[in-house]
Design a binder for this molecule. Structure first.
Ligand code: PMT
Length: 396
């Protein structure tokens, strides 16, 4: 995902420096080429060897080191970077950059670069709320430096409040977004994901094998491309992608309410959830006891959320999915027509490498205007990108 991207990871001296190791791991796992610059104080918390081993590149610590300046000097690092990310960034670092002080390898290189700079501060809450710090941050923001806000929580110094370094996953998402064209900025996209659960009694339910992976990939990719994303999700084992507004639901009726309430805010809705078509006619208040050899359950139809959205007079761009085990095109075309969607993503869920609970998918895209598009086997993230590309031209 970050192949061919050269990222400079600046680490300054705070207890959160150890979390920069996890950020480095996420960046290299995404194929980025990472060069680490550490301040002297940062080396009191984590050794350069740790970053060197994980980045597979020499770590830069000294401005006046003859060998490293000859091999790859600070100006060359500054020129060749696609992005700088400083995590953790101390109040001292922010203050220096805001006031033009370049007195070590990191501040000098940051001052010399024309690449975007992403600053992820971490410090004591009183330092973070100090007007001097706030003024420095505001000055840098106005100059185009981007910030990843710290989290609230128990700080290493014992105080509670803002100042905890953002989670490595959150910083990683900000890095990816900073390197991704923001072609969906201004859009509000609602994605439904996962299964619904229809309760039989307090301990049992009717559901399906949806893991949420396809819907979460759509939500993550749309958010990285700048959209505001509302993710209405049935029960899954996935963490919500950073920056996405999660609305957890259980049953089809809860999902319907959550979706319909948000329609006026949305420019597009993507229904990747596997909504249970039927629910038990009656939900028992106490556990059904095991007695007879057989047990029959009466099921009643759930509301069809996609069809209801399709019938709205004024509605956002509507994408439905079709999970089929045969006659893919015929059944999907029927759903496109009957549910009045703008696009149906049909996947053959009888194949082991596509559909439910796997990392990959292949699909046939059917458009309202009669166009078709075959998508061969690819990761769910890649398919999400293809679907969003197809939608982008139709969004306001
Ligand atoms: O979650 P994963 O493990 O990653 O698996 C991905 C997936 C297979 C669940 C996904 O790719 C997919 O196909 N989702 C749709 C599953 C489904 O319910 O298909 P369907 O053909 O039964 O429904 C057609 C469309 O109507 C879907 O957009 C569905 O969300 C919607 N629907 C269905 C029933 C209902 N009562 N209300 C609905 O809105």
């Amino acid at each position: 995902m970050l192949r061919d991207k050269r990222i400079i990871l600046g680490v300054t001296g705070g207890i959160a420096a150890y979390k920069a190791v996890e950020l480095l791991r996420l960046l290299t796992k995404a194929d980025a080429e990472v060069h680490v610059i550490m301040t002297r104080a940062a080396q009191e918390f984590v050794t350069p060897l740790t970053f060197q081993t994980l980045s597979c590149n020499p770590v830069h610590t000294e401005l006046f080191n003859l060998i490293s300046e000859q091999e790859i000097g600070h100006i060359s690092l500054a020129d060749r970077a696609d992005l700088f990310v400083i995590a953790p960034a101390t109040a001292n670092f922010v203050g220096k950059i805001a006031n033009g002080i370049a007195d070590d390898m990191l501040t000098t290189t940051v001052m010399a670069t024309k690449a975007p700079v992403l600053i992820s501060p971490a410090m004591n809450v009183n330092m973070y709320t100090n007007p001097v710090y706030k003024e420095n941050e505001a000055k840098l923001r106005a100059l185009g430096y981007a910030f990843v806000a710290p989290e609230k929580g128990l700080l290493a110094c014992g105080w509670e409040g803002d100042g905890k370094l953002a989670a490595p996953e959150t910083i990683f998402e900000a890095v990816v977004a900073a390197l991704t064209p923001q072609d969906l900025k201004g859009q509000t996209i609602l994605v439904t994901a996962g299964p619904t659960r229809e309760e039989i009694d307090p301990v049992r339910y009717v559901s399906n094998h949806s893991s949420g992976k396809m819907g979460y990939a759509l939500a993550r990719t749309a958010s990285r491309r700048g959209a505001r994303v509302i993710l209405v999700s049935g029960p899954v084992r996935l963490a919500a992608p950073a920056g996405v507004e999660l609305v957890p639901v259980e049953s089809a009726r809860e999902m319907r309410e959550a979706v319909l309430a948000r329609v006026p805010e949305c420019t597009a809705i993507i229904k990747a959830a596997a909504v249970a078509d039927y629910r038990p006619a009656e939900r028992r208040d106490v556990k059904i006891k095991k007695k007879a050899e057989t047990l029959s359950l009466d099921l009643v139809k759930n509301p069809d959320i996609l069809a209801e959205l399709g019938a709205l007079k004024k509605r956002p761009f509507l994408v439905g999915f079709a999970a089929e085990t045969g006659n893919l095109k015929e059944f999907a075309a029927k759903k496109l027509r009957e549910k009045q969607a703008d696009l149906i993503v049909a996947n053959d869920v009888s194949q082991a490498d596509a559909g439910f609970n796997v990392e990959t998918n292949r699909a046939l895209l059917l458009f309202r205007d009669g166009r078709e598009m075959e998508c061969p086997l690819m990761s769910k993230d890649e398919l999400a990108g293809v679907i969003l590309n197809q939608m982008a031209a139709h969004l306001p």
